[in-house]
Design a binder for this molecule. Structure first.
Ligand SMILES: [Zn+2]
Ligand SMILES: [Zn+2]
Length: 258
């Protein structure tokens, strides 16, 4: 059995718990740690968990809304911490001792009942990775912080039943926003963040390969609205039958079965 719960999504801080069970003890991965230790503890508590229930942390990249307090929490609670070599370099290569595990594109990792496979995405960080996760039966894709979908990204997510998928901005709202020009270019660029129509294109590609549900994530507060993201996804070709939801920036989601 595979399920996940987002604990917060967007520029104010990202964190998601993924849990797999095979009858015995559940295995849990915390993806990103962009919340302070106290906030994270509170939100884990709302999920019925505490830090002792987390078997490993995976940080997708060095931007502060993702790495946040990951190193501090890993050291304090002795939790293995996965990240790419580039991410580790980008944060100044802190000494994490034997807690540090280097993640690589396409290299699968076994965490008890949970398996995850990182893959490279186009984003303006040193070596950003996103994840495909499985309990051996169902697959979940976690895909935020990328400017566009490459063939590699789509290949890595083929066959996923559920997705946590970035729907960062509506292109018209971004164009009309008071953001300075350089920031509009960065956010809307090929190494920036996923616009609603590009997320819809990914949904169409994956719906043809078994995708059944999407939780829209990492929505910009200024440049998007939940109803715009949902309209883009539900209106995408081949996506009329998908179950759709939105991760709230602060409260995230309930537990969702994959
Ligand atoms: Zn982010
Ligand atoms: Zn980022």
């Amino acid at each position: 059995m595979l399920r996940f719960k987002n604990l917060g999504s967007g520029s104010t801080g990202n964190a998601t718990v993924v849990e797999a069970r095979d009858g015995g003890r559940p295995s849990r991965l915390l993806i990103d740690c962009g919340l302070g230790p106290r906030t994270l503890a509170t939100r884990l508590g709302l999920a019925g968990l505490d830090m002792a229930d987390i078997d490993a942390i995976f940080v997708t990249h060095e931007h502060s809304d993702h790495i946040g307090s990951a190193c501090k929490i890993a050291l304090r609670h002795r939790i293995p911490l996965w990240m790419s070599h580039g991410t580790h370099q980008a944060i100044g290569a802190p000494d994490l001792g034997d807690l540090l595990h280097i993640a690589r594109d396409g290299q699968p990792v076994d965490l008890g009942a949970l398996q995850f496979r990182p893959f490279t995405v186009p984003h303006d960080a040193r070596e950003p990775l996103q994840l495909r996760l499985s309990d051996g039966a169902a697959c979940l894709g976690v895909l935020t912080d990328l400017g566009h979908a490459t063939p590699h990204v789509l290949q890595q997510l083929a066959g996923c039943r559920a997705m946590l998928l970035e729907c960062n901005h509506d292109p018209d709202l971004l164009a009309a926003s008071p953001y300075p020009y350089f920031l509009k270019r960065r956010v809307g660029g090929a190494l920036g963040h996923l616009a609603n129509p590009l997320a819809a294109g990914i949904a169409t590609a994956l719906a043809a390969q078994g995708l059944q549900q999407i939780v829209a994530a990492h929505l910009s507060r200024q440049n998007n609205r939940p109803e715009l993201a949902l309209a883009a996804l539900s209106g995408a070709e081949g996506c009329g039958g998908l179950a759709l939801g939105v991760a709230d920036p602060v409260t995230g989601t309930d537990w969702i079965d994959v």
